[in-house]
Design a protein around this ligand. Structure first.
Ligand code: DTR
Ligand code: ZN
Ligand code: ZN
Length: 503
């Protein structure tokens, strides 16, 4: 059903050209970074071969389960059990946390104007049209800084399909205002390059059939006000359950936990190997290499979230299941979503606007990758992935990604290699997000970043939350020794297992 244009780039060839491009960056410092022994060891142990083996497993789970690993499907369950059983066998404390969500799957998305097809993407949770679609005149909404956000922006749209430029408010609000003014369908067009793959945020927000088109398509349509268009957007929706898998080391402080997370679910349209097999496989491999009883000051917890693709549902549920004290037990949260895009960018979440400590986390990633000659750019910390629930309650967070539907610029192609004017991941949310859709050089570099940050923060989170756990633990042991109490070294007694909610 898809036109899977495979873009498997031979890793060796890519490594060679990437080295050429990146080696030319004069500002980057090279060599071994300075950091704790655990960080150095873990970077050496975590390899792309081990990670790729997990990606192959995910591909097979999808291939034997209708081509998807979406939340609540067999492909997700197989992936989750693969991870949970491996981590259990490695001695981790593993829990499965069940939660409800609304499953949604696009059945049809078609826009026809004057006999020609205009590519359209149904917004997640859109209302459906009948089979064959609705045909009505196109009503072009005047462009402003907040086009179509208020019902008063619409003149004479009753019984028509509104064409609205993106920007100024949510897609949900635009289609709500359009509906209030009498429109029977909405087409939102992008205000930047790339496809517009939007969400209405939840089924409760949906009012009229709503789809997204590119900026170019939208500008062409804007010249055709009044012409009849046919819009067919159909989606299947159902209340379902899925589950997160959460695993924690047996060692380390339970009141100053370092948490790493990645969503394991794919979209219904495909196997989700880059999005987000890459983040999940990297966390799994890092956990296995770390082991369940490492010599660490801080406990390490891994979250493999589900239903991210339906609105960050699993990770938000998890954060909501923690009491404030249990949230305080989390020193920080690191998120990895899409870390092997085939036309890879190198991005760290821009922590400057995030909770205190987030900017320091960003710096840890930026400084580490600079030692590998990779110059990392900032990406918006806008809640587009599972860190959203964590920063919403003030937990410092950070993470890496290699880009989704955005287009690589000429300047980025010059410093990172790859192709300018092409999406970082042209198979984003498509059936072709398969084993051929991964840049394994980018994956390897980012995996080193994951291992490094874990090693740094499992040793100390002092730069993030000001506590000096290593020193505090030593002083405590010292006082205990002076009192003649039993000496304890690593893993001072923490709180009881703080977070595991019943599945
Ligand atoms: N929300 C992700 C994709 C995504 C797009 N931009 C970013 C930036 C940072 C992290 C993730 C993303 C998804 O589709 O799963
Ligand atoms: Zn996604
Ligand atoms: Zn994702």
């Amino acid at each position: 059903m898809s036109h899977n244009r495979r873009r498997f780039v031979a890793p060796v060839a890519l490594a060679a050209c990437a080295t050429l491009a990146l080696g030319a960056t004069p500002a980057a410092a090279t060599g071994e970074p300075d950091g704790p022994a655990l960080a150095k060891q873990l970077v050496k142990k975590v390899g792309v071969a081990g990670i790729n083996r997990h990606l192959v497993a995910f591909q097979r789970f999808a291939d034997t389960s209708n081509g998807t690993r979406a939340a609540s499907t067999e492909g997700h369950k197989k992936s989750a059990e693969y991870i949970a059983t491996k981590l259990e066998a490695a001695g981790y404390d593993v829990t499965r946390q069940e939660f409800p969500f609304t499953y949604s799957e696009t059945l049809a998305e078609k826009l026809t104007v004057a006999g020609g097809d205009v590519p359209v993407i149904a917004m997640e949770y859109t209302k459906s049209t009948p089979v064959g679609g609705i045909t009505a005149p196109l009503a072009v909404v005047p462009v402003s800084a907040a086009t179509g956000c208020a019902a008063t922006d619409y003149a004479d749209v009753t019984g028509k399909i509104a064409l609205i430029k993106r920007g100024g408010c949510s897609f949900a609000q635009k289609q709500q205002s359009a509906a209030a003014a009498g429109a029977i369908g909405a087409i939102v067009y992008n205000n930047e390059a790339g496809a517009l793959n939007g969400t209405l945020g939840g089924p409760e927000n949906a009012k009229i059939p709503t789809g997204g088109v590119t900026q170019a398509a939208g500008e062409a349509l804007a010249k055709q006000g009044g012409v009849p268009v046919t819009l067919e957007l159909r989606a299947f929706q159902e209340a379902r359950t899925s589950y997160n898998v959460v695993a924690e080391t047996k060692t380390g402080r339970k009141d100053n936990v370092v948490m790493l997370g990645a969503h394991l679910d794919s979209v219904p349209a495909g196997p989700g190997i880059n999005d987000n097999g890459t983040g999940s496989a990297t966390l799994l491999e890092t956990a296995l290499q770390l082991g369940s009883k490492p010599k660490v000051n801080n406990a390490v917890r891994f979250g493999f979230w589900s239903a991210e693709e339906f609105g960050l549902v699993g990770s938000k549920y998890y954060v909501g299941s923690l009491s404030f004290e249990q949230q305080l037990d989390l020193a920080l949260y690191l998120n990895f979503d899409m870390i092997g895009s085939p036309n890879s960018g190198y991005f760290a979440y821009d922590g400057t606007a995030g909770p205190y400590g987030s900017a320091q986390i960003e710096k840890t990633f930026v400084d580490y990758l600079a030692t590998k000659d990779v110059s990392v750019e900032k990406t918006e910390f806008n809640g587009r992935s599972d860190y959203g629930g964590f920063i919403a309650v003030g937990i410092p967070a950070g993470g890496l990604d290699t880009g989704a539907e955005g287009l690589k610029t000429a300047a980025q192609a010059a410093k990172w290699g790859g192709t300018a004017g092409v999406a970082y991941d042209h198979c984003y949310h498509k059936a072709c997000d398969n084993l051929g859709n991964v840049d394994r050089v980018a994956l390897d570099r980012n995996a080193d970043g994951v291992a490094w940050a874990l090693g740094v923060y499992a040793t100390s989170t002092e730069t993030v939350n000001g506590v000096a756990p290593g020193k505090a633990a030593k002083a405590k042991a010292q006082r205990a020794a002076e009192r003649g109490a039993q000496r304890h070294s690593m893993a001072p007694a923490g709180t009881m297992d703080p977070h595991h909610t019943a599945a």
